[in-house]
Structure formats: structure tokens, C-alpha cells
Design a protein around this ligand. Structure first.
Ligand code: HMG
Ligand code: MG
Length: 298
């Protein structure tokens, strides 16, 4: 069966804008986030407290959080890789963070300057201190279904990284198809493997990039397996600067079109969301990747 309601976890301001070559003005980012909330999104990943040299696009994280004023009930998680990032996030007054782990050695090296094992040396004290401070902690696992340098990724390796994040106290795991290569059979296999390892579907979210056009099919497959939290980015913005072959995330509009059609509640107003992505595309000077935005705004 399918769920009655899905939580859309919007990543456009973070996953989207981290990958734009242009550095977007902080006021435009704040406006974007405000418009997303007005369109009914209740979880908006706003920015990252990573090293500003690694992701200059999001170097204004602290300033941005001062500039946004979200209605009560809207969650605004931020990415944090280490204790230095957590200090900055705490100073900015965040209530929720997301740690991001790699399932593969190459991506751990490129994205975190670490190894698969050593990344946990960085995460363990960060998560512990965040939980002690009363923050909620989400855990991402990247390269769940394929890695641009290493090819296939053993499923046991993905489950082992995810299970360690859960043991450290992450309340939710987001399974990242960082380069958008997954197909539905892999999605079923991974969700089942997590179940066997004691990580139930209620604590799993899915995060598909749409490089090979499989994101919606993979998402529907995950919903049939019982997942109820789906990551997406308005307009289909996104990618990862440390994984060249990655394109944008599943577009929020494409997701909402499908869920609306299935009668699954999201709370998102599609018309307002499309307006937001059209507005953002004029700010960025290029059309939105989302097929639904193109169809409705064309
Ligand atoms: P490093 O160079 O190994 O860091 O980078 P370090 O711990 O050796 O520290 C070096 C210097 O950086 C020190 O300063 C630190 O204080 C400073 P110094 O003492 O030399 O003056 N530093 C920081 N400054 C500000 N904020 C910080 C921070 N940390 C250290 N947080 C590090 C290690 C993890 C920091 C680096 O590799 C990094 O920032 N990586 C982030 C890469 C990134 O953001 N990638 C994109 C997000 S992941 C993604 O998109 C995938 C996802 O969407 C899911 C999917 O699709 O699969 C989530
Ligand atoms: Mg991503």
C-alpha cells in the first residue's frame, strides 16, 4: 500500500544552492526560503556549516539564519560535518542538524577529507554534543547505490555505515543516491537490508538525484516499501560539488504532482511552489530543470 501522507524534506536552499556556480545573495536565499515555507513546505534544509573554502556558496550560513524568519512549526535543519560546524550551528541557534556520512572510501576522501572509518571519529562527539544540547540529528548516507569512482557499492557497506549513524543517535537516516544511478530493485533491496539490520522503514528517508531520470520511479518504490519522508529540491536544483557526475535532486514539483495525483497529502501548494521556482530561476538566470515547472509555467 501507499502512505496517506508524505513529509517532503526540501533541500533546495542547501543541496541546490551548494552546487550553483554563482554565489546567490543572502537576501535572495532568505527570500527563497520564506517563499518555500509559504508554499507549504514544513521541513526546509537551509544551509551548511561546512568549511567555507570547501563550499563557498554556503559560507554565509550564519548570516542567512539571522535573515530568515520562519513561521512556527517549520523545521529548518542544517548540515554539520564536525564539532567546529556544530559550534557554529549552536551559535546560530539551530534546533536540528544533519550529519553526512559516505558509504565509500573515495567519496569519504573527496567530500570529508576522511576515510569511511575515520569519519565516525568526527561524527561521534558531534552527534553526542548535539543530542546533549537537545538538537535532533538526521544522518545521511551518501553513495548508497553507486559511486562515480568505485562503481557498485556493496550493500553491507551501506547498511554498516547507516547502522553506525543510528547507534550514535540519528533519529532518521536519509539514503542518498548522490549521483542518481539507482533503479527500483536496488531501492527495495536496500530498504529490506536495513530492516534486517534492525533499522526500520519508519526511520528511513530517501534522497534521489535525478541524473538518469529514475528519481520518481525510485521514490514511488520506496513509498510502497513504507517510507514516508522524501527529500527533494524546488525546481530540481542541486548536485554535489564533490561528485561531478551528480545533477539536481528529484524536483519537489515533480514529487508533489505525483503525490497529488495519488491523493497523498503533503500540505504543499503546487501553484505557489512553481511560482517560487520560476522566480528562483530568474535569479539564477537559467530555467528550472523540473518537468512539472516547465509544463505548468511554460
Ligand atoms: P579538513 O580540511 O580535513 O578540516 O576538512 P580540519 O578538521 O583538518 O580543519 C582544517 C581547518 O578548517 C581548521 O582551521 C578548522 O577549524 C577549519 P585552522 O585551524 O586551520 O584555521 N574547519 C572549519 N571551519 C568552518 N566550519 C567547519 C570547519 N571544519 C573545520 N565546519 C571538512 C574537513 C569536513 C571540514 C571538509 O571536508 C568539509 O567542509 N567538507 C564539506 C563538503 C560538503 O559540504 N559537501 C557537500 C555536502 S554532502 C552532499 O551534498 C550529499 C548529500 O546531499 C546526500 C547525497 O546526495 O548523497 C548530503
Ligand atoms: Mg544530495
Amino acid at each position: 500500500g501507499l502512505p496517506e501522507r508524505v513529509t517532503v524534506y526540501e533541500v533546495g536552499p542547501r543541496d541546490g544552492l551548494q552546487n550553483e556556480s554563482a554565489i546567490v545573495d543572502v537576501a535572495v536565499k532568505a527570500d527563497f526560503i520564506g517563499r518555500l515555507a509559504e508554499a507549504g513546505l514544513t521541513t526546509i534544509e537551509t544551509t551548511s556549516f561546512v568549511h567555507p573554502k570547501w563550499v563557498p556558496q554556503l559560507a554565509d550560513a550564519a548570516e542567512l539564519l539571522k535573515a530568515i524568519d520562519l513561521p512556527p512549526g517549520v523545521r529548518a535543519p542544517v548540515l554539520v560535518p564536525n564539532e567546529r560546524g556544530l559550534d557554529r550551528a549552536l551559535e546560530a541557534g539551530v534546533a536540528e542538524i544533519a550529519i553526512f556520512a559516505s558509504a565509500t572510501e573515495t567519496f569519504a576522501a573527496k567530500n570529508l577529507n576522511s576515510t569511511v572509518d575515520e569519519q565516525f571519529t568526527m561524527f561521534a562527539p558531534t552527534i553526542r554534543r548535539a543530542l546533549d544540547a537537545g538538537l535532533a540529528v538526521r544522518g545521511y548516507v551518501s553513495m548508497c547505490y553507486g559511486d562515480p569512482w568505485q562503481g557498485d557499492v556493496p550493500i553491507e557497506q551501506v547498511v554498516s555505515v547507516g547502522a553506525r549513524l543510528t547507534e550514535l543517535g540519528c533519529h532518521e537516516l536519509s539514503l542518498g543516491d548522490t549521483i542518481g544511478v539507482a533503479t527500483p530493485g536496488q531501492v527495495i533491496a536496500l530498504i529490506e537490508a536495513f530492516g534486517k539490520a534492525g533499522v526500520g522503514v519508519e526511520s528511513l528517508a530517501v534522497h534521489f538525484h535525478d541524473t538518469y531520470g529514475q528519481a520518481l520511479a525510485n521514490t514511488l518504490t520506496a513509498l510502497r516499501e513504507g517510507v514516508t519522508t522524501v527529500d527533494s529540491s524546488a525546481g530540481g536544483l542541486g548536485g554535489c560539488p564533490y561528485a561531478e557526475s551528480a545533477t539536481g535532486n528529484l524536483a519537489t514539483e515533480d514529487l508533489v504532482w505525483q503525490l497529488d495525483g495519488l491523493g497523498i497529502e503533503t500540505g504543499v501548494n503546487l501553484e505557489k511552489l512553481v511560482e517560487t521556482s520560476v522566480w528562483m530561476s530568474t535569479q539564477l538566470g537559467k530555467p528550472a530543470a523540473s518537468r512539472v515547472v516547465q509544463a505548468l509555467a511554460g
